[in-house]
Write a protein that binds this ligand. Sequence first.
Ligand code: GSH
Length: 206
Amino acid sequence: MPKLILTYFDFDGGRGEAARLAMHLGGIAFEDKRIAGKDWPALRDRTPFQSMPMLEVDGKMITQSNTINRYLGKLAGLYPKDDWQAALVDEVMDAVEDITTKIGNTMALDDEAKKKAREALAAGPIPRFLQQIEARLKAGGGEWFVEKRLTVADIKCFVSVRWLKSGALDHIPGDIVDTHAPLLAKHLERVKSHPKIAAYYAARGK
Ligand SMILES: N[C@@H](CCC(=O)N[C@@H](CS)C(=O)NCC(=O)O)C(=O)O
C-alpha cells in the first residue's frame, strides 16, 4: 500500500470527507492532515488547483475530490471493476459535485445575496437534484446506488445529504431531503449505521 496523506479542512464533512471514510472502510492507513481555515490562505497558492482536498501518494500529489474518491475506492474495494457499473458510480459522484458547487458558490456572499441565492436553490435546483439522485438509487435497487453494496457513490452522497439535512445551511430548509427524497433520507441512515462508519464517528465523538 502506498504512503497516503490526505489534506483537507478540519471538519467532518465537505469534499474531503468521502476520502477519509473510504480509507477507514478499507482499513487503509493514512495521515489525516487537517488544515485550519486561518492557515489556508498561506497554503492556497502552493496547491496544484488552489483547492482541497489533496492526496499525496508516495510523495506525489493528486487533487479533485472525485479523482481521489475513485483512486481510493479502487484501493479500498469500494469502486466497481465493471466499466458500466463504474460509470454509474461516477455519475452519482459528479452530480453531487455539481450541486455542491452551486451551494458552495453561495458561501462567501453577503447576507442578503446569500438568502436570495439559497432560496432560489431551495426552490428548484436542490429538490430537482434530490429527486434525480433518488431515481438513481431506486434504479440500483433502492438501498445502494450500484452493485447492491456500499461504494464511494454512497459515501459521497451520504456526506452531501447529511450536510443538506444538518440545518447548517441558512435559508435551505432542514427538511428538504425528507420532503423531496425520502429514500435518500433512509439511505443516509443506512450509511451512517454501517458498523465501520458508526464506529468512526463514535471514535471522533460525533
Ligand atoms: N473541483 C474541486 C473543488 C475543490 C474545492 O472547491 N474545494 C474547496 C473546499 S470544499 C476549497 O478548497 N475552497 C477554498 C478556496 O477555494 O479557497 C474538487 O472536487 O476537489
